[in-house]
Design a protein around this ligand. Structure first.
Ligand code: FAD
Length: 346
């Protein structure tokens, strides 16, 4: 028996057919690309292959020709670019107008952006303008058997993973956390179709002006932890801020950096830029050493993809041991200095 589609369903199916391609917004600040953009090209490739559609990068800025080339190397089939002085610095109004113009003209099926300050800001503005849904802070993406995007993200304080669909609207939009998806291999020499667009955005129409850029020292710290290969993290078990010195010594001995659980950050022992977890950074180091951290789900979602996890905790039932490659049950104030001593001698 064949079920007759209602007129509304037919109209939706017709609308869905007009949208094609997986787009990744390539985020750049003064020519420096946020790594999550390349991670998204890697993930976008998988989605585009499943949908049998093309993978496109969107590069907006001033003097961004080199970044278009890089986008091909990271896997884009096609690059849409707008290269104009008005886009030298990120401003919501200008980028939003440019992006919406491209979306209305080319009708992408999926748009992915990094869950960074810029990506979160721009994605929200674009989704509102083009009247579609947006799933923020995704940690997993896939395609269902009807060709819809399945967008997975933690919900209810990280206690469940929710899979969210936007099956009656296009484009389907997600922001994705940095360091959750794998970096794709560079395909040196690869090229593709470059589409240069112009925008109708005029400097005099933009409400905000950039007068001066003052680099935030804290910002470089944030980069440190998110991209670090070795992280020694401390939790409530550290007892106070002074005790973090022993973690710093261990980190220094092995070329690492210091992270923290939310409890340690809330207590004021470490700045928020060092927090690992759902409301902090997602990290994927080669080695993660968790000291005096119980392993609450909100912490685990931020570090469980680390290559090797060493947990030091005096409670052998602590959930951190469930994700640990190696577990040491004992007092961190004995174990950490002893470890540092051995490693310094090596
Ligand atoms: P505790 O759970 O108190 O654990 C301390 C551990 O230290 C214990 O296991 C104890 O056995 C051990 N210990 C104590 N003394 C010693 C010692 N001398 N030697 C060895 N071990 C010792 N948490 C995050 O970390 N990151 C987040 O981003 C985050 N986001 C959140 C978002 C929401 C919406 C909510 C509701 C919570 C979030 N949390 C987050 C908080 C999370 O639920 C936990 O409360 C927090 O991770 C616990 O931190 P902790 O492991 O340091 O402290």
């Amino acid at each position: 028996e064949v079920e007759e589609l209602s007129d509304e369903d037919k109209a939706i199916a017709e609308m869905l057919r007009q949208y094609n391609g997986v787009w990744v917004f390539v985020e750049q600040t003064e020519g420096e690309v946020a790594e999550v953009s390349w991670e998204l090209l890697g993930e976008g490739r998988k989605l585009a292959d499943k949908l049998k559609t093309e993978l496109c990068a969107v590069v907006i800025g001033e003097g961004v020709e080199g970044l278009c080339k890089e986008s091909f190397i990271y896997g884009a089939d096609k690059v849409y670019t707008i290269d104009e002085p008005v886009f030298k610095y990120y401003r919501t109004q200008a980028y939003h107008e440019a992006m919406c113009g491209l979306v209305e003209k080319y009708k992408p099926e999926i748009i992915l952006m990094g869950a960074t300050g810029m990506g979160r800001d721009l994605a929200g503005a674009v989704a509102t303008e083009v009247a579609t849904g947006l799933t923020a802070d995704c940690t997993g993406l896939d395609i269902d058997d009807k060709g819809n995007l399945m967008q997975t993200r933690p919900a209810f304080g990280g206690n469940i993973m929710a899979t969210i669909m936007c099956d009656k609207h296009r484009p389907q939009m997600s922001t994705v956390r940095p360091h959750v998806m794998d970096m794709p291999e560079r395909q040196e020499g690869k090229s593709g179709e470059l589409i240069r667009e112009t925008s109708s955005v005029k400097e005099e129409d933009i409400f905000s002006k950039v007068l001066e850029i003052i680099k935030d020292k804290g910002h470089s710290n944030e980069e440190d932890i998110a991209g670090a290969e070795i992280i020694v993290s401390g939790g409530r078990g550290m007892m106070n801020s002074d005790n973090f010195k022993i973690l710093q010594e261990l980190a220094d001995a092995i070329g690492g950096t210091v992270g923290a659980s939310r409890s340690a950050v809330d207590a004021g022992w470490k700045p928020h830029s060092r927090q690992v977890g759902q409301t902090g950074k997602t990290v994927r180091p080669k080695l993660y050493i968790a000291c005096g951290i119980s392993g609450a789900i909100q912490h685990l979602v931020g570090m469980q993809d680390s290559d090797v996890v060493i947990a030091i905790n005096r409670d052998k039932e602590a959930p951190i041991f469930e994700v640990a490659t190696y577990g040491i049950v004992g007092d961190l104030f004995e174990i950490v200095p002893a470890l540092t001593k051995i490693l310094v001698q090596m």
